[in-house]
Design a protein around this ligand. Sequence first.
Ligand SMILES: *[C@@H]1O[C@H](CO)[C@@H](O)[C@H](O)[C@H]1NC(C)=O
Ligand SMILES: *[C@@H]1O[C@H](CO)[C@@H](O)[C@H](O)[C@H]1NC(C)=O
Ligand SMILES: *[C@@H]1O[C@H](CO)[C@@H](O)[C@H](O)[C@H]1NC(C)=O
Ligand SMILES: *[C@@H]1O[C@H](CO)[C@@H](O)[C@H](O)[C@H]1NC(C)=O
Ligand SMILES: *[C@@H]1O[C@H](CO)[C@@H](O)[C@H](O)[C@H]1NC(C)=O
Ligand SMILES: *[C@@H]1O[C@H](CO)[C@@H](O)[C@H](O)[C@H]1NC(C)=O
Ligand SMILES: *[C@@H]1O[C@H](CO)[C@@H](O)[C@H](O)[C@H]1NC(C)=O
Length: 669
Amino acid sequence: MILLRSKLSMLWFLFVVTVQMTEVLGKSKLIEYEACESRDNTVSLRSNKASTAPGPEPGDLAAAFAVRTLDGEFSYQPGAVRGSLVIHAFTNKSGFLECMWSSESSLTSLVQDLPNSTQVLFLSLDDSAVSDALWMREQVQRVAMHSKKEVLSRLHFCPMPVFTLGNWIPNVFYYWGVASRLSQAVFTSEGWKMPVVIKRLDARYDWLTTRWDQTSYEMIDAGDGCDPSPSVTGAVVWVSEGNCSFFTKVQNMAKSNASGVLVYALPGNPIQDMNCVGDECNSMLSIPASMVHQEPSVAQALQSGEPVYVTFQSTPSPSFFFSIDQQGVLAEMGGFLYPSFSFINWQAQWFDFYADLQTKLQHPAKVVSVFDKVQMQGEKGAVATVDLPSGLWDFDMLELDAALSCPGRRDSSCAHWDHTVQLFVCCDPLGPYCNTELGRWITAFRRGIGRWLTDVSPLLPLLDSSKCTLTMKTVPWAMPWIVSLNLRFSVRNQTDGVTGNGEDKLRPFRLMSLYNGGTFDKNYNKRFEPIKFLVPVSTKKVELYAVITAHGSDENSCGEFCVTSHHFLFNAVFNNTLIFDSAGSPLGCTLRVKEGAVPNEHGTWLYGRGGWCDGLQVNPWRTDITKQLNMSMSESNTVVYFGLFKGQDPNPSKEPGYIIMSSFLVFYK
Ligand SMILES: *[C@@H]1O[C@H](CO)[C@@H](O)[C@H](O)[C@H]1NC(C)=O
Ligand SMILES: *[C@@H]1O[C@H](CO)[C@@H](O)[C@H](O)[C@H]1NC(C)=O
Ligand SMILES: *[C@@H]1O[C@H](CO)[C@@H](O)[C@H](O)[C@H]1NC(C)=O
Ligand SMILES: *[C@@H]1O[C@H](CO)[C@@H](O)[C@H](O)[C@H]1NC(C)=O
Ligand SMILES: *[C@@H]1O[C@H](CO)[C@@H](O)[C@H](O)[C@H]1NC(C)=O
Ligand SMILES: *[C@@H]1O[C@H](CO)[C@@H](O)[C@H](O)[C@H]1NC(C)=O
Ligand SMILES: *[C@@H]1O[C@H](CO)[C@@H](O)[C@H](O)[C@H]1NC(C)=O
C-alpha cells in the first residue's frame, strides 16, 4: 500500500512546480487547505488574464481545418467526425514526451486501449517535424505489429511543424499552455563558456515526493549507485542507469546523505519514468531524483575532477494536447501525472461517457431547473427555492442532473482540492426531513468538466410538496465552483426493470431515516443503537438506501484510502454489507471514468477511495430488504448499523478519519 502522504502532496506537481511541497497530514490538513487555496488565487487570476488571448477557448466549437499527413491529408469538418479527436504536439525538448513515446507500456496502452470512437492527430512543435512524424509513426507501428493494427487507421501523423500550419491550431497550442513546462537541468563548470541545459524527467510522484530546490548543488559521480557511497553528503550524485533498480539507487544515495540523484540513460537509451516496483513502493524516499541523458561534458568534467554544479528549472512551453469532443467542442486534456498515453485514453473514455449523457438527457422528463450557473462558495453555498409542478405522484423516477464548472473558461481557474459537495432539500421547514441530503458529489482537482446524472428515485417522498428549498454546498474555505442543477422527474423505463411482476410500477411513499456516520475511531460503533420499526400498512417493498463515504487519514490511511466495510443488520440475522474494496488501489478511480469520473485531474485522482472518486457523484447503495422483514403491522423489526476496518472496530492511534453517511428505509407501494 502506498502511503497517503504522496497522494496528497501530488496536487502541486503540475502547476506550481517551484513551490516546495508540504506534507499535508492530520490536523494540519485543513490549515494547509486554506493556505494553499489563498496562495492559488493569485495563480488563477493570472491565468484568467491569459484567457483573453486571441484564438478559441475551451468550450468553443472547433472550426474546420485540414493538415498534411504522412498519408495525404487529415481534414476536420464540424459534424462529419463521429467520435472525438485528440490533437497532440510532440517536442523532443521534453523528457516527459520523449519517455511517453519510448515506453513500451505507454505505447501499448495507446494501441490497445484507445477507445474505438477516437482519432488522434500527431503534430510536432519543432523544425524536425518530418523526422518526428516518421519516428512517432514507427513507434506505434512497431507496437501495433504484435497486437492491434486496426488502431493505425485512426492515428494521423502530420510532418509540418505546428508553427507553419497557418490555421487556428497554433493559437490553441501556444495560448493554452498554462500547465505545460519543460523540466531542465542546468550544469555549469569553471572551464566552460556556457552552461549546459538538458531535459530531465522527475521520478514518479508516488514514492518520491520531494522536488528540487531553487539552489545550486555540487555534483559527484557515484558510479551505478547500487551501493551506498561515502562522501556524497549535500551533493547531487550522477549515477548511471542499470545494475539495480531506480529505487535502490535513490535509497542508497538518500542513506548516504546526498541532496538528490540524477540518473543518466546509457548512450542510445531513452529517458525512463523512474518508478518503484512492488514492495519498494511501501517506502517513501525524501530526496529528489530525475532522469537525464548522459551529457558527455558533464561526465568528462566529473571524471577529471573538475567541480560541476547543477540547478533545476522549468520553462513554459506551448501545451502538448487538446481535443475536440463528440459535439465538436474544444476541450483541454487536463494533467498527465506520468508519461503515458493512458491519459489520452481516459480523456477519450470520458468523451464517450459525455456523449452518452447527452443522449440520456434527451429522454423525456419533467425538468425543474434549480441552479443555472450559480456560484457556490462560503457558508451559504448555492441556495434556491423552486416551485414543483403538480402531479409528481405520476413520476417514479427522480434524477439529479448536476454540473460543476469554474469561474473562468480554463481549468486553471478551477478550485484545486477535492471536497465533498452536498445537496440538501427542505420542503417542510417544520418537518423532520428539512435539510435532508438529496445528493453528494466530490469535486475534481482543478477541472471544470464534470456533469453527472444520479438516480435518487427512492428519495422522491422528500419532494412531495409544492415548494422546496435546495442548498448545495461544500467546505466554506474552498475556491468557488459554478453549479448547475436540474431535477428530472420521469417515468421509469419499464423494460429496465429487473423483475417483470409489476414491482417496477411501485413508487416510494415513505422514508424512515436511519443512521449518520461520524468519527471513525474506537467508539464509532458504540454510537449506533438498534432501531425498532414497523412496516407501514400496504407496503409492498422495502429498500435500504445509504450514501456512505469515508474520509480522512489515520495511520492506516482510513477512511479515504483504507478498505472499510459497512453493515446493516436486520432482525439480528440479515447482514447487508457494503465494502469499499478499491480504496487505496493505485488505479481504482481510473476504472470509473466510463461512469463519469473526471479524468486527468491536477491531483491524485487515480487512486481508489472509500466509496467515492474525485470528480464523481456518490452512487447511493440500494438493497431490497423486503424478504428480511416482518411485513405485518403486528410484528416489529430491528436494524442496527456498524462500520468496520479489516472486520473489526476501528482503533486508530492518531487523527481518526470520519464517515459521512445518510441512510434510509424506503417504503414502496
Ligand atoms: C530525442 O532526444 C534524444 C536526446 O536528447 C535523442 O537521443 C533522441 O534520438 C531524440 N529522439 C528523436 C525522435 O529525435
Ligand atoms: C467499439 O466499442 C464498443 C464498446 O466497447 C463496441 O460495442 C463496438 O462494437 C466497437 N466498435 C467497433 C467498430 O469496433
Ligand atoms: C554494472 O556492474 C558492472 C560489474 O560490477 C560494472 O562493470 C559496470 O560498470 C556497471 N554498470 C554501470 C552502468 O555502472
Ligand atoms: C548522514 O547524516 C546522518 C545525520 O547527520 C549521520 O548520522 C550519518 O552518519 C550520515 N551518513 C553518511 C553516510 O554520511
Ligand atoms: C427503454 O429501455 C430500452 C432498453 O434499455 C431502450 O432500448 C429504450 O430506448 C428505452 N426507452 C426509453 C423511452 O427510454
Ligand atoms: C421477524 O422476521 C425475522 C426474520 O425473517 C424472524 O427471524 C422473526 O422470527 C420474525 N419475528 C416474528 C415475531 O415473527
Ligand atoms: C456481518 O458481516 C461481516 C463481514 O461480511 C462480519 O465481519 C460481521 O461480523 C457480520 N456481522 C454479523 C452480526 O453477522
